[in-house]
Ligand binder design. Structure first.
Ligand code: DCP
Ligand code: MG
Length: 366
């Protein structure tokens, strides 16, 4: 017997890294609802629930058409009971009651406002809420001690919560290129993160910096930062080892690479174009910028690891581990079966090692 012709059945991989996810989302009514619940779970340190909602939303983003009936979802992976309940609610009522009540809740509103401060995570926000702090005004008068990042975050709150445009990202790219040219000729700058995937706005701008001659990149970050500082481009900066590498699901890697891979969290002071000048006549705005320096030998892995999306990255690592017995990081790919590192100079090579069809950045918007 044939499946009813009116019912579209999609065949979709359960791994986001095997799907092509463009920015053209036909199901934003559903993915917005699921993303909000994912965000709420993450803000409450319920990471497992957060990932489940993210995976469900990502699955729907990859569908070629708009879902209008539950029957179209039959047999699809990544859709758990809870996500299906939310989808059903939106399809039948236009909105999800759970999403609506979450949005209205005092705790969610406070978590959003407080974690909207650069340098404030879910744990800090939770501690403040338990101390009766629900908004910026209450925080300012609370006597809570803020660290340097949080002080800068509070000071530039409005600017940093205003999406960064592609034009602004490009303007900052020119400044960063000028900085690296000034301190080490031949250095290269690559735009990564959401803008590399073709997004028109972002919460920050992410750059990777390298040099074609291995080892030349050592000590580059402090020089770049010093140059930017001397030119008055930085409102805030903190250079650290990349914490992402130290995460518990981070793969095996040579310890000697650790100190070479630096990340600078910064806030740029970007002079506005004439058109963007506001009523306040402020001629500049604050923009979050992340700089990462990578040795050329790891650059392909760094580019792949910093292009995102976050879920696409997570799924690549899950695929590598579960399906290939390999460990992928933004430094390297380790084959646990052959007990060796696999060298690569392009993203295409890494996909090939992983036995995956190449997915270009514009189709990694899972
Ligand atoms: N990344 C990651 N894990 C981290 C930090 C970063 O996988 N802990 C990767 C994936 C991200 C990319 O780096 O896509 C950049 O991180 P962002 O948080 O800036 O994410 P996006 O650039 O994708 O989004 P936005 O437009 O909000 O900046
Ligand atoms: Mg980004």
């Amino acid at each position: 017997p044939q499946i009813s012709g009116s019912v579209a059945l999609f065949s979709v991989s359960s791994y986001a890294c095997q799907r092509r996810t463009t920015l053209d989302n036909h199901n934003s009514n559903l993915t917005d609802a699921l993303s909000l619940l994912a965000e709420n779970a993450e803000l409450n340190n319920e990471d497992g629930r957060g990932v489940a909602f993210r995976r469900a939303a990502a699955l729907l983003k990859a569908l070629p058409t708009q879902v209008i009936s539950m029957s179209q979802l039959r047999g699809l992976p990544c859709l758990g009971e809870h996500s299906l309940r939310v989808i059903k609610d939106v399809l039948e009522n236009g909105v999800s009651s759970e999403v609506e009540s979450t949005k209205q809740s005092k705790r969610y509103k406070a978590l959003k406002i407080l974690t909207g401060i650069f340098g404030v995570g879910a744990k800090t926000a939770d501690r403040w809420i338990r101390a009766g702090i629900y908004n910026l005004e209450q925080l300012r008068h609370s006597g809570q001690t803020l660290n340097r990042a949080q002080k800068a975050g509070l000071e530039h709150y409005d600017d940093l919560n205003e999406p960064v445009t592609k034009a602004e990202a490009d303007a900052i790219g020119e400044i960063v290129q000028k900085a690296v040219d000034s301190v080490l000729t031949g250095s290269q700058v690559a735009l990564s993160g959401g803008f590399r995937r073709g997004k028109l706005t972002g919460h920050d701008v992410d750059f990777l910096i390298t040099h074609p001659e291995e080892g030349k990149e050592v000590g580059l970050m402090p020089k770049v930062v010093a140059w930017l500082e001397s030119q008055g481009f930085l409102l805030y900066q903190k250079t650290t080892r990349n914490s992402y590498l130290e995460s518990k699901d981070g793969p095996a890697r040579p310890a000697s690479n650790m100190d070479r891979f630096e990340r600078c969290f910064s806030i740029f002071k970007l002079t506005k174009g004439k058109e963007q000048e506001t009523a306040s006549h402020k001629i500049w705005r604050a923009v979050r910028v992340d700089l990462v320096v990578s040795p050329i030998s790891q650059f392909a892995f760094a580019v792949l690891g910093w292009t995102g999306s976050k879920l696409f990255e997570r799924e690549l690592r899950r695929w590598a581990g579960h399906e290939k017995n390999m460990s992928l990081s933004s430094h390297a790919l380790f084959d646990n079966t052959q007990n060796k590192y696999l060298r690569a100079t392009s993203e295409e090579e890494i996909f090939a090692y992983l036995g995956l069809e190449y997915i270009p950045p514009s189709e990694r918007n899972a």
